[in-house]
Design a protein around this ligand. Sequence first.
Ligand SMILES: Cc1cc2nc3c(=O)[nH]c(=O)nc-3n(C[C@H](O)[C@H](O)[C@H](O)COP(=O)(O)O)c2cc1C
Length: 370
Amino acid sequence: MSHLFSPTSVGNVQLSNRIVIAPMCEYSAQDGCANDWHMIHLGHLALSGAALMFTEATAVEPDGRISPGDLGLWSDETEAALGRVVAAVRRYSPIKLGIQLGHAGRKASSAEPWNGGQLVPPSEGGWQGWAPSAIAHKASEPPPHALDEAGLARVRQAFVDSARRAIRLGFDAIELHAAHGYLLHQFLSPIANQRQDAYGGSLENRMRFPLEVFQAVREVVPASMALGVRVSATDWVEGGWDLEQTIVFAGQLKERGCEFIDVSSGGVSSQQQIPVAPNYQVPFAAEIKRQVGMPTITVGLITEAQQAEDILAQGQADMVALARGILYDPRWPWHAAAQLGGQVAAPHQYWRSQPREFKNLFGETHFGQR
Ligand SMILES: Cc1cc2nc3c(=O)[nH]c(=O)nc-3n(C[C@H](O)[C@H](O)[C@H](O)COP(=O)(O)O)c2cc1C
């Protein structure tokens, strides 16, 4: 039996295979509200046969959006808008749904990537970000506000409030975004965090706020859902956040009831030098899995079925996440199942597409109106 198509679980959530759809910002929401684009985007990926799909980074407060088009979950309106998409996906697909909750910190108020991605200052209609320290991501950018005690309490509470909304919406999993140079990663990294108080300096102090946020969210998330964290395992900058610190952080998360870790890298510094190549982040996941022993997701330039199968067969990770590869080929899991002799859930409406040579491709499914 193929490793990729063997079942697993995160916390109490059962997954039919090891394929995860990574969070992908769409920059297409209005005032944080999901719309028909999200219905189409998440809707079509929900038919892919992957076991678990994450929403894009979803902001816990309006100032925590990367761009004005980010999804949010901070109000009844944003909750209702996302609820419409979740209900439609649930009606037609057995895919497990995760939400990535995040705060952009000093990388907030940016233009959409197709409009250049640059920071938009308040003078041009943007807003000022919030961060551990008043240090801009790039020297040319206006600095963010440094969060004071009241600001820290506000953001911590915003994560909890959004988590409560995600619970109400019936998500199966929550992933806290502590990667890619956004707020929680900014606290971890000495590059962005130069605070002099209990939240900066030593590793213990830099981990304090992300761990407080995790713990506060942990207290409200029921055991029926899985709660995990996405980390950047390194800043790819000398003197920055690195694998050794990530392993300590992951251990602390595990002690506090973290049920999975999703291992990415980079994003906090424009000085980063990333040796991008297939599997380039897999060794980080493998080491975290070996030393911490939490269900581990690896991600980053995994594009081939055999490549994914080998990662799992070698025990380097428990799940494989895809972003660009599954945008390019939304039936990637079907093709992988055909190649590796696995089975995928497919909607009855599509069963006639099963190629003659792959007779058992479509297994028993739970598709159909629920
Ligand atoms: C369009 C797009 C949007 C993304 N948005 C997010 C996001 O919201 N949150 C996140 O953690 N990563 C985000 N990423 C990063 C992916 O989740 C993934 O880690 C990265 O693309 C590497 O995987 P890949 O090589 O399979 O694309 C995004 C990537 C793409 C291509």
